[in-house]
Design a protein. Structure first.
Length: 94
């Protein structure tokens, strides 16, 4: 049985690096119901580039081998990158 549990809301993006016009998938889980998602570029000022409110992502368990093999959760949302400037982006889940 796994003891890995970072909290009631979690997720990951794959792939982790894309270019404008390409897409990445958000693999998410929530024990608390639908999620609000916000993606923002972090720089001199925080710039929101994508958001979705009230997305029902499901509650997915952490597999026993999560620390070795990952979660393998289903895709909750697919994000296509527009003409976003190069930089560091954060994905906020609430």
């Amino acid at each position: 049985m796994t003891t890995f549990h970072p909290g009631p809301v979690a997720g990951y993006a794959w792939p982790q690096s894309v270019e404008p016009g390409q897409s990445f998938a958000l693999h998410l889980t929530s024990e608390t119901g639908p999620l609000d998602i916000e993606i923002a570029r972090i720089g001199a000022r925080r710039q929101v580039v994508w958001e979705r409110r009230g997305l029902d992502v499901g509650n997915h368990p952490y597999p026993d081998s999560v620390t070795h093999d990952g979660c393998d959760w289903p895709v909750a949302a697919t994000v296509t990158v527009g003409q976003w400037p190069t930089g560091y982006y954060e994905i906020a889940l609430s």
